[in-house]
Write a protein that binds this ligand. Structure first.
Ligand code: GH3
Ligand code: MG
Ligand code: MG
Length: 403
């Protein structure tokens, strides 16, 4: 089976259009038809194969009818049955199911149906049996089979049925020269069988195509859902203002990092960052200017403090931020914290109510080798305590506590 391509959203309008197409338009357009064929043909082929063997079996059993009904020409009928129809069945089965690429659209089945019809008709034309009039009806089974059980496309079934009806009516009128009331009767019987089986063929193909389109749409909807879920997961873990991780994500990730540090016997440091005199800044410059500062600080954190893949910068809430630095000693963490403080004040954002005249932050650092008897929260609390020390010591600076 050919590799089945995934559907993308680009196909959606085409699929919806296909779903709404009028009753007289069974086929899809271009690429969609190709994909339908590619998807459905192998399944149909598998489904229909046994039907051909069954039909071939019945066809051969009818050899008894040749013998009983057409005693004068039954040998010819047998030759046609066993040397023409049966090999034709084999060729069709091969063509439809083993050489699917070129024949799967049903031409082989169509040819089989018409050759079988002709081969079953010919002995009647040369026989003088009295029972002829009862024999010919059997040929209707052929068109019934090809319309209902071969998964022949409706268009081909229609073509085949029209040719079949012409052949059959010629047989009744020209070949057998039946009286008109019998022609009328058999004509009606065959017409109704053909018409009803065509309706069934149409409906089956229509439903199959509808299911195909709906499954494709479902596939697209499912992909969209998966993408939306992934987006939601990202959003749920992110602070909307700064784009940094939020407290939720911190609560999820930090204990894991901490346990991993114990497992690897690696040091770990936590930075607690708090803007200085930020209430005053808001009061002076407005809340939205305050928000701008939070965004600027987030940029500084991203640039200066989270350079390694596992480093985690978090907006803890309000104007407080956390940075988790796995595999980082307290000395290195203090240096990083100092870089942060310097980078922020170097931005020289005016803050008239700060003794520094610019926006600054205080950073507390806690670091050391995590131990099993400690809790991850200890590092955060100590970083917070260090940050208060920095506030007390004049702000715009770094203080640290070794653990
Ligand atoms: P300190 O130097 O001691 O830290 O003084 P502070 O004014 O920064 O400290 P405090 O905790 O008293 O004030 C924090 C202020 O941060 C209060 C509030 O105005 C401001 N703030 C908290 N969250 C936000 C926010 O999302 N946006 C803005 N613009 N301001 C915020
Ligand atoms: Mg604060
Ligand atoms: Mg503050």
């Amino acid at each position: 089976m050919a590799e089945v391509l995934k559907w993308t959203e680009d196909s959606e309008p085409e699929l919806r259009e296909a779903l709404a197409r009028p009753w007289w338009k069974l086929r899809f357009n271009g690429e969609l038809e190709r994909r339908f064929d590619e998807r459905v043909a192998p399944i149909q082929a598998k489904d229909a194969r046994n039907n051909y063997f069954l039909a071939m079996f019945f066809c051969n059993v009818f050899a008894i009818a040749d013998y009983r009904f057409l005693p004068d020409v039954y040998l010819i009928a047998w030759v046609l049955r066993f040397a023409v129809i049966t090999p034709m069945f084999m060729i069709t089965i091969w063509a439809e199911f083993y050489a699917r690429q070129s024949f799967r659209r049903g031409w082989a089945t169509l040819v089989l149906m018409l050759v079988t019809t002709a081969a079953l008709t010919y002995p009647l034309l040369i026989s003088n049996s009295h029972d002829l009039v009862h024999y010919h009806v059997g040929v209707i089974v052929v068109v019934l089979f090809s319309n209902l059980l071969t998964d022949l496309r409706f268009a081909l079934a229609l073509v085949g049925s029209v040719v079949f009806m012409i052949m059959y009516m010629l047989e009744l009128t020209v070949g057998l020269d039946l009286p008109s009331h019998l022609v009328g009767n058999y004509g009606m019987v065959s017409m109704s069988v053909v018409a009803l089986s065509l309706v069934a063929s149409y409906r089956r193909e229509r439903h199959l195509r509808t299911v195909f389109v709906m499954l494709a749409l479902l596939d697209i909807a499912e992909q969209r859902q998966t993408e939306a879920n992934a987006r939601l997961r990202t959003l749920a873990a992110q602070d909307p203002l700064t784009g940094l991780a939020n407290r939720r994500r911190f609560d999820e990730e930090y204990p894991r990092l901490w346990k991993e540090a114990i497992r690897q016997s690696q040091p770990m440091s936590v930075l607690f960052i708090d803007l200085d005199r930020f209430k005053a800044y808001n009061d002076t410059y407005g809340h939205s200017s305050g928000d701008d500062i939070l965004e600027r600080l987030a940029d500084v954190l991203r640039e200066k403090a989270t350079r390694r893949p596992l480093d985690l910068a978090v907006r803890n809430g309000g104007e407080e931020f956390l940075v988790v630095l796995p595999d980082t000693t307290i000395d290195v963490a203090v240096a990083i914290a100092q870089r942060l403080v310097d980078a922020l004040s170097a931005l020289a954002i005016p803050h008239e109510r700060s003794s520094y005249g610019v926006v600054t932050a205080s950073v507390g650092v806690a670091g050391g080798l995590p131990r099993a008897e400690q809790s991850p929260q200890d590092f955060v609390e100590q970083a917070d305590a260090a940050m208060y020390k920095a506030k007390e010591n004049g702000r715009n600076r770094v203080e640290s506590i070794a653990l």
